[in-house]
Design a protein around this ligand. Sequence first.
Ligand code: NAD
Ligand code: MG
Length: 384
Amino acid sequence: MTVLGATGSIGQSTLDLIARAPEAYDVVALTGGRNVEQLAKDAIALNADIAVTCFDGCFDALSALLAGTGIEVAAGDAAVIEAAGRPADWTMSAIIGAAGLPPGLRAMENGGTLALANKESLVTAGPLLLATAKAHGATILPVDSEHSAVFQALVGEDLAAVERVIITASGGAFRDWPIEELANATLEQASSHPNWDMGQRITIDSASMFNKAMELIETKEFFGVAPSMIETIIHPESMIHAMVGFTDGALMAHVGPPDMRHAIGYALHWPERGHVPVERLDLAQLGQLTFRAPDDARYPALALARRVMEQGGLSGAVFNAAKERALDGFIDGRIGFVTMASVVERVMDNMSSDISPQNATLTLEDIEQADHLARVRADECMAQ
Ligand code: NAD
Ligand code: MG
């Protein structure tokens, strides 16, 4: 097996599960970024064949840490892709951002299973990802908690009997703030999630609901359901991860504590169920679960997701790249919290004529070009 993005939040949760039964897994490659200490430590503990940092400048530090271990060391984007292409029966795709797409595509060329946490792959390149899996006989298993929940609710079901898919949302850090205060939200406030312990970028995306917006697109792309059948609802306790409604009126809910090791463990043991050490829910103690409708004015990202689902083509790549740059801008203190959505909207407006129709077969090159241009446009927009 291989773990792409091994040093991140999902990567570390994945390694936590693997480390409980190391004899069961043959670790081929682990990849990471600047945290070479963690990467080296895990590569040694799990006896990986190769450890790769995506930063050329981190090569020497990683090499020094792994000297004498016999573990191969490499650095740079191309090295991450090369390592992803080494034969492995199971690959965790847990790099953050559009950078996760090329290594995930490469991993599928060997067949095997791609456990997909990197939602940006589906948002930017859903049809290409699914076509690549089909061409090489690879299996994609969703690792986003909501999509793992939908996937599990669909086991043994006929997609034709699905009426709706409900993706729950915690509502993020600012769900109870007065709307007019959102403009003053600080980086620190946006970086703290009420329920989930995740990487900083996805935590901020949860506060703005860009994360949920991406998950709506992810649902359409992965399960092939019509956008009109996909809903979201605010569920502050984050215990129900998703629900699937069927033609007979049944609503199947997936309930569990907010711990990504459940979705990761499901993908790790699939098609069986393994033993996963997540907390068991005490429903009596929980007492109640609550729900409320999402407020479009508070979460403009949701309308942008609807637009992407209708437009298809390169709109997902443009939306995601503009969002990534706007998020960089917020993290760097160049723009405020609410400006992120307006940057994305303006870039999508500006590039609407570059977004080809739904049915065009898009290549990785088309997607990377649109991604690049959208980043340039987003930077221009933020410089104004
Ligand atoms: P993170 O920021 O904690 O970790 C990201 C990992 O990717 C790190 O190992 C980092 O070194 C690596 N990385 C960053 N930029 C890279 C680049 N340009 N090239 C190669 N590697 C790079 O992120 P995370 O929160 O673990 O999220 C990973 C993915 O999983 C994201 O797509 C996210 O949306 C998705 N996801 C995360 C959670 C969660 O609970 N954290 C839940 C659902 C989905
Ligand atoms: Mg999710």
